[in-house]
Design a protein. Structure first.
Length: 84
């Protein structure tokens, strides 16, 4: 018999974005202040931005809306059955 220390119904699904709380992200085309040091110099990559002074890393807001592995390459992959 398993026992839970949490009352039933007290906690929602952990993957539900509404239940996760506040998440700091880097918004392109806006002034972004670093949550670590308050400065505004960033090194922006494909999926994250890093503060130029204290190295705090934030995910890009645009990257989180696409999801992992959904990068568009602009072409249709060739299937093995079509190559023959």
């Amino acid at each position: 018999m398993t026992l839970s220390i949490l009352p039933q119904g007290a906690e929602g699904r952990p993957h539900d974005p509404q239940q996760r709380g506040y998440c700091v992200v880097y918004h392109e085309d806006e002034v972004n202040h670093c949550p670590g040091c308050g400065r505004t110099h960033w090194y922006v990559g494909r999926v994250s931005a890093e503060c130029g002074f204290c190295a705090t890393a934030l995910p890009l807001a645009s990257a989180t809306s696409r999801g992992a592995g959904t990068h568009s390459r602009g072409h249709r992959p060739i299937l093995l059955s079509e190559a023959a």
